[in-house]
Design a protein around this ligand. Structure first.
Ligand SMILES: Cc1cc2nc3c(=O)[nH]c(=O)nc-3n(C[C@H](O)[C@H](O)[C@H](O)COP(=O)(O)OP(=O)(O)OC[C@H]3O[C@@H](n4cnc5c(N)ncnc54)[C@H](O)[C@@H]3O)c2cc1C
Length: 585
C-alpha cells in the first residue's frame, strides 16, 4: 500500500523559484518566514501528514462518521489526530499574532494545507471551514465577538462552520429562508440548513456556526440576508462555556466520498445568535469566507491529484504485466509501457502545474495584504475561480487516471485508488459548482472591467516569449504558450464584445478550462526557464521538470486553440434544442 510522502522538493522549488518566497518574507510582518524556519515547518508538516493523518485516511473512509441521538462520532484515530494537530500549533499557522496565531505567510500555510489535505481530505475539511469563519470574524466581527471567539478558534480548541445551504437554496442563496428575530442584544435563529460540513462532531469542545438568515423586515433576495454567529455552546463574558444552544444536528448524510467528514443537517430552533457586521450585508461577508474557502477547495484538487499520482506510481512500479514493447523478454512492471507512462505524465504534469498556479496566487494574497497595490488583489480575484474550477475538475481527471493505472484493482476499494476519485468528486460541487465559478470568471472577473485585468495578466505571460526564445529546446513550449495566450485573448475580446450574455455563459466552463490550462502552462514555462537559468545542482529534478513542462505543452497547452473555437463558436449548439427535444421518445 502506498504511503503519502510530501513532495517537498517540488513544493520548495515552486515556493522559491515561482512564487517568490524570498520577496514574500521581506514583506512587513513576515520576517519570521526565514528559509530555515520554512524548511523546518515543511519537514514537520510532511511528517505529521505521513505519520498521523495518512494512516487513518483509508480506515476513516471505511468507518465513516456516525450520528446517534444528535451527536456525531468521528472514525477511530480522528480525535487523537485532531488533538495532535492543535497541540503542534498547525491550526494557528496563518493567523494574526494578536489572536495567538503564528502570523506566517499564506504561501507557507498553503504548502502545509496541501499536505494535510493530500494525506486526509476528510480530516482537513474541519480546519478549512474553521479558517473561513476566522477570516470573516477577523474582518467584520465586533470587538466582543473577536475577543470571545478568535483566540479559541485560532488555537483550534473550537471549530467553525459555514451555514449557507437550505433545501431550496443551493447555488441561489437569494432563496435563503432561515429567520432571525431580534430579542434584545441578540437574535433568535430558526430554520433548517443542510449539507453543513463538520456541523456536529466530537473533535472540539465548541462549534461556532456562521449562519445566513433573514430578519423579519429584510428586503427580498440577496440584499436581505444577514450573517449571525451561533455557537453550539453559548459563551460567557469571561470566555467560559455556558448553556447548550438550540442548534442541533438532526442527521448526517450518506454520501459518495469524504465519509469521515460529517455533513450535517442542522436545525436551529430559536437558537441564540449574534449579528456579525450590519444587517442585510451577510452575503458580502460570506463572500470573504467563500473566497478563502474557494481557494482551499481548489487546493484540494491539487492535493488529491498528488495523492492519486503517488499511489498510481507505486502500483505501476510493482504490477508485472506484459513485455517490453521494444526488448520483449520477461514480464515487466507496467510503468515500462508507453501508455502507462502517458497516464503517469498526465497526472504528474497537471498536478505540478496546478500546484504552481495555486502557490503563485497564495503569494499574491500575501502581497495584496501587506503592500496594498490593487493589482495584486485584481490578479487574485481573477484567478480564484480558475484555481477552484480548473484544479478541482482536473483533480477528478487525475484521480480517475489513477484508477485506470490500477486496472481492475483500481475499481476495488482495497487499493485506495477509488477513494481518491470518490473524495475528489465533491470538490467541483461545494463552494460553488464549476458552472458557478465559470460564470463568476466570465461575468464578474472579465466582464466588469472590460477584460482589463485578464489582458494585463496575458501581457505578463507574453513577456516569457523573449526569454523562451533563448533556449531552442524550449521552443515547443514557447509556441504552444503563445498560441494559448492568443486563444485566451480572443475569448476575452469575444466575452467583452458580445451583447447577448447567453453566448459567453454557454462557453463559460470551456473558457475556465482554457484559462486553467494556459495559466498552468505559464507556470510550467517559468519552471522550465528557472531550471535552464539557474543550473541547479539537482540535475535529475531539473531535467525532469523541463521534460514535464515539455509534455504539458504537447498534451495540454496544445488544446488551447480548439477550446477557443468551442468558446467563440460553440454557443449556438449549446442552446439549439428545445426542452422537449432532448429525449426523442
Ligand atoms: C459534502 C458536501 C458538503 C457541503 N458543505 C457545505 C457547507 O459546509 N456549508 C454550506 O452552506 N453548504 C455546503 N454544501 C452545499 C454546497 O455548497 C451546494 O451543494 C452547492 O453550492 C450546490 O448547490 P445545490 O446542491 O443546491 O445544487 P443546485 O444549485 O441545485 O445546482 C444544480 C446544478 O445546476 C447548476 N446551476 C444552478 N444554478 C445555475 C445558474 N444560475 N446557472 C447555471 N447553472 C446553474 C449547478 O452548476 C449544478 O450543476 C455541501 C455540499 C455537500 C454535498
Amino acid at each position: 500500500m502506498s504511503v503519502y510522502t510530501a513532495p517537498l522538493k517540488d513544493m520548495k522549488f515552486v515556493m522559491n523559484e515561482l512564487a517568490g518566497l524570498g520577496e514574500v518574507a521581506r514583506l512587513p510582518g513576515y520576517q519570521d518566514a526565514t528559509p530555515d524556519t520554512v524548511e523546518a515547518i515543511l519537514e514537520e508538516a510532511g511528517k505529521f501528514a505521513s505519520e498521523v493523518l495518512d494512516p487513518i485516511n483509508y480506515s476513516g473512509d471505511q468507518e465513516g462518521s456516525i450520528w446517534k441521538d444528535g451527536s456525531v462520532t468521528t472514525p477511530k484515530g480522528f480525535k487523537q489526530a485532531y488533538k495532535q494537530y492543535v497541540e503542534s500549533g498547525w491550526a494557528a499557522l496563518p493567523f494574526d499574532q494578536e489572536w495567538g496565531g503564528q502570523g506566517l505567510p499564506k504561501l507557507v500555510a498553503t504548502a502545509v494545507e496541501e499536505m494535510l489535505t493530500a494525506s486526509n481530505m476528510s480530516f482537513s475539511l474541519c480546519p478549512l471551514l474553521t479558517q473561513g469563519a476566522i477570516h470573516a470574524l477577523e474582518l467584520v466581527g465586533t470587538d466582543l465577538q473577536k475577543k470571545l471567539y478568535l483566540g479559541k478558534m485560532v488555537e483550534g480548541a473550537w471549530t467553525g462552520t459555514m451555514n449557507l445551504t437550505e433545501p431550496q437554496a443551493g447555488s441561489d442563496l437569494a432563496l435563503v429562508r432561515t429567520k432571525a428575530e431580534r430579542a434584545g442584544d441578540h437574535y433568535l435563529i430558526s430554520g433548517q440548513k443542510i449539507f453543513i460540513t463538520y456541523g456536529e462532531h466530537d473533535l472540539a469542545e465548541n462549534i461556532v456556526h456562521l449562519v445566513l438568515a433573514r430578519t423579519p423586515d429584510a428586503p427580498e433576495g440577496v440584499k436581505g440576508i444577514s450573517l449571525f454567529v451561533v455557537p453550539k455552546f453559548l459563551v460567557n463574558a469571561d470566555g467560559s462555556l455556558g448553556k447548550r444552544n438550540n442548534a442541533r444536528c438532526a442527521s448526517i448524510e450518506h454520501k459518495l466520498g469524504i465519509h469521515a467528514s460529517p455533513t450535517a443537517v442542522m436545525v436551529f430552533d430559536k437558537a441564540v445568535g449574534y449579528l456579525v457586521g450590519e444587517e442585510n450585508k451577510g452575503l458580502s461577508y460570506m463572500f470573504i469566507m467563500m473566497n478563502a474557502a474557494r481557494f482551499s477547495v481548489g487546493l484540494e484538487g491539487v492535493a488529491v491529484a498528488e495523492r492519486a499520482f503517488q499511489r498510481a506510481l507505486a502500483y505501476a512500479k510493482e504490477r508485472l504485466q506484459g513485455r517490453d514493447i521494444v526488448e520483449g523478454g520477461k514480464t515487466v512492471p507496467i510503468i515500462r509501457h508507453p501508455d502507462v507512462r502517458r497516464m503517469l505524465m498526465l497526472m504528474k504534469s497537471q498536478t505540478e502545474a496546478m500546484r504552481a498556479l495555486a502557490y503563485v496566487v497564495a503569494a499574491a494574497m500575501d502581497f495584496s495584504l501587506k503592500d496594498k497595490n490593487p493589482r495584486h488583489q485584481a490578479f487574485v480575484d481573477l484567478m480564484i475561480p480558475v484555481v477552484k474550477g480548473w484544479s478541482t475538475e482536473t483533480g477528478i481527471e487525475v484521480a480517475s487516471l489513477g484508477v485506470q493505472v490500477h486496472g481492475g484493482m483500481g475499481f476495488i476499494e482495497e487499493t485506495g485508488a477509488a477513494q481518491h476519485l470518490r473524495d475528489a468528486r465533491i470538490t467541483t460541487i461545494y463552494e460553488g459548482t464549476t458552472g458557478i465559478q465559470a460564470m463568476d470568471l466570465v461575468g464578474r472577473k472579465i466582464g466588469r472591467d472590460g477584460g482589463a485585468t485578464a489582458k494585463a495578466w496575458l501581457g505578463e505571460v507574453g513577456k516569457l516569449d523573449a526569454q523562451l526564445l533563448k533556449f531552442p529546446d524550449l521552443d515547443p513550449i514557447r509556441k504552444n504558450l503563445a498560441a494559448g495566450v492568443q486563444a485566451v485573448s480572443d475569448c476575452v475580446d469575444y466575452i467583452v464584445g458580445e451583447k447577448n450574455p447567453s453566448g459567453p455563459f454557454a462557453g463559460a466552463v470551456p473558457f475556465l478550462r482554457l484559462m486553467g490550462i494556459v495559466a498552468g502552462g505559464w507556470q510550467m514555462a517559468r519552471a522550465a526557464l528557472a531550471c535552464k537559468k539557474n543550473n541547479f545542482s539537482d540535475k535529475s529534478f531539473s531535467d525532469a521538470k523541463i521534460a514535464t513542462a515539455r509534455f504539458y505543452a504537447d498534451h495540454l497547452l496544445v488544446q488551447a486553440p480548439a477550446l477557443r473555437d468551442t468558446v467563440v463558436k460553440g454557443s449556438a449548439g449549446v442552446m439549439a434544442l428545445g426542452e422537449d427535444q432532448f429525449l426523442a421518445a
